[in-house]
Design a protein around this ligand. Sequence first.
Ligand SMILES: Nc1nc2c(c(=O)[nH]1)N[C@H]1C(S)=C(S)[C@@H](COP(=O)(O)OP(=O)(O)OC[C@H]3O[C@@H](n4cnc5c(=O)[nH]c(N)nc54)[C@H](O)[C@@H]3O)O[C@H]1N2
Ligand SMILES: Nc1nc2c(c(=O)[nH]1)N[C@H]1C(S)=C(S)[C@@H](COP(=O)(O)OP(=O)(O)OC[C@H]3O[C@@H](n4cnc5c(=O)[nH]c(N)nc54)[C@H](O)[C@@H]3O)O[C@H]1N2
Ligand code: SF4
Ligand SMILES: [Mo]
Length: 711
Amino acid sequence: MKKNGWIPTVCYQCKAECAILVRLEDGCIKEIRGNPKARGKACVKGMAGISLEYDKDRLTRPLKRTGKRGEGKFEPISWDEALNIITDKLKSLKDRGEAHKLTANFFPHSITDPKWRFLDAYGGFINTALPHCDSGKIVACIKTMGGVPNHHIPPAWFTVPKDGIMIMSGRHAFGGLDDASAPGHILDAKARGAKLVVLDPIFTADAAKADWWIPIKPAGDTAFFLGMIQHIIANDLYNKKFIDKWVREGDFNKLKNYIEDKTPEAMSKICDVPAADIKKLATECAKAPSVGVDSFKGIMLGQALDFGHAWTIFLAVTGNIDNPGGQPLPDLTPMTPVEPVPVGPDLNELGWHRTGKDKESFSNYSFIMEPTWYQAQAIKNGDLKVLINSEANPALTEMGHKEWRDAVCMVDDNDEYKLELLVSYEIMLSETSKYADLVLPDKSYFERWELLYMPWWYNFGKGVLLRQPVVEAPGKCRHSNEIFIELGKRLVPEYFTFKDDVEYYDIQLAGLGLSVKKLQDMGGLWSPRTMGFRKYEKNGGFGTPSGKLHLYWEDLEGVNQAMPRPGLAPEYEVNIDKYPFILISYRTIFHAGAGQWTHNNPQLRDTVSGFFENPVLINKSAATKLNIKDGDNVTMSSRTGQIKCKAKLTERIRPDCVGLVHGFGSTVGRTATMGQGVSDNILIPDSGSTLDWQDVVGGESHVSTRVRIEK
Ligand SMILES: Nc1nc2c(c(=O)[nH]1)N[C@H]1C(S)=C(S)[C@@H](COP(=O)(O)OP(=O)(O)OC[C@H]3O[C@@H](n4cnc5c(=O)[nH]c(N)nc54)[C@H](O)[C@@H]3O)O[C@H]1N2
Ligand SMILES: Nc1nc2c(c(=O)[nH]1)N[C@H]1C(S)=C(S)[C@@H](COP(=O)(O)OP(=O)(O)OC[C@H]3O[C@@H](n4cnc5c(=O)[nH]c(N)nc54)[C@H](O)[C@@H]3O)O[C@H]1N2
Ligand code: SF4
Ligand SMILES: [Mo]
């Protein structure tokens, strides 16, 4: 390991995973910046990674619970003892024919992440954070364009031509970074003569840079896009050549019939944007050389799947699929399979851990991985027996976290926990680890090997990035991948014949003529550096069954979703008098998720240069009516909970909305508990216990909930 100089690796202060350079002095990290070779930039969190690495709260040895779940009392144990406990439990689970009752929460850094391999080989169930973000778009991408399941492929803003249009619809790209270089690319495109349009109930940093801010009503985005599509079709502004060649026969006519009455005037009533504005943007988009639409969390409460559908139709009628400045389709890096390739369990047969009255209708959606909050239901039902948590914080991160906490503490008639084993892999203790039977100390992203080759690496199209150790791990930390490989060797050895993680990656890289060592020598990055636009032309069509775009989803006729529905989510239509405001939770550039990592970071939690607390944003006119002044203490209640916080009056939010930064409220960690702030998730209802309708719209209500504010 080098002791001095700049080393290329990959940041993991948030899920964007940007390419960075780390400067070492005598083996100590002194500076972090973006890796220019990968067009990388480091944001404020990325640069503050030094404080994470040397945090006094870092875990350094395995811990075993001594008190009750939730008390957070532990004693140190050896790795051997910890691994024996896990192996014994997993052996007995498999012997009972219940291997699929193991779930692992983790963030897959690649689709053949060793953790995922273990789950497939053992027969367990993966649960990732991914569906929270944009499952509506993922499913739509598969259904309409036959795209590969993909977390998020933002338009490649660095390819936007002059006069191209960039639309942010429920996307806060300057705060919820998907790549720290994206804001710079957006501004560069603007400087080239492209236009930025932001649809957001809050005047965000993006809105401040925009040519046009449209303060849309929350969940109005589907209606807004349908209004634009109607205008484009009714006025013959659509891309006829593209549609004739690439849309499945009959679909465009079905769309034409369906869209006839979705006029900008009609849609305006739903989304609260003047019809003239809908028409203006529609006309501009039809004429522009390219239009890219980025949307993410903001569309998740509205009928997320309906929005995703409207989004793909809009791209199709304007001819903006897989073109520069439009929506790229993924291009998978051809990694070599590691034989024998394990086949995961058939969850349709064994049963997803879905519960509730809409369990059956979920099969319609072909691809939505189970969000964390369903774990609570699965534990109650006896469908989840062992949970291994890593790189996630379900006790805090989600609405429904209270149900999750109750469920993991639930006992059966013999006074045994219904969830038989809960293991949490951590860098530092978290809200979740307080409930764990075993807490395992992970290596930080500065201390471990990892191969990243998912197709959404925004900056260079397909490629491979290497995360490599730049410093030694403290104490007895071991990376979760090493441990899952070890568990694999113990439980399903036929799939784990390679020596370790590095040898596993070497096999995967062989087909590209690479190895970990070679990649290291090349500066940690391999990429042909092409986005590979209009791949459907070369590949003879799209990945759909017909090879054409499917605008009409006949398989969802039964649930009335063959075409996107413009209506607002049911949550908006009830309890308006009692809860007059819509709560919007959003991100700040200083913090990531509800994780310990940034909230416990003194640089990011600093009162002057960081983000210390999360007051509720209220529009001045609305606050005046309630006699609330700037800085007043207020209570905010929803039908599921109540919080107390400070009020911050501003003009920068719609008067019918209030805003709260997501991710606060941790009760562990020296710095995390010093700062102030409240968790938005106390207020947000979850579908497991409160919102019956959510399963059938494919959305999740992180973004907005009805609330009341009182002084
Ligand atoms: N700094 C930071 N960066 C992150 C993360 C982080 O935690 N911190 N997390 C990463 C992850 S996992 C994700 S999923 C992404 C999320 O990235 P984003 O989705 O861009 O993040 P949010 O800030 O939650 O953005 C939601 C935006 O939508 C707006 N909004 C809310 N409701 C509506 C609506 O109905 N319509 C419209 N048009 N707008 C609406 C909000 O005001 C807010 O500006 O960020 C990633 N990057
Ligand atoms: N109200 C509301 N709720 C939301 C959202 C929202 O916008 N509003 N956003 C949702 C979204 S899009 C997502 S993706 C989820 C994310 O939710 P989670 O997937 O739970 O992610 P985080 O909250 O960031 O928690 C990550 C955890 O991993 C730990 N960690 C960090 N680095 C490492 C590491 O190297 N190894 C290990 N073992 N652990 C590590 C952190 O300390 C932290 O405890 O939250 C969802 N919840
Ligand atoms: S956006 Fe910032 S914190 Fe997230 S990976 Fe990139 S540099 Fe790191
Ligand atoms: Mo996310």
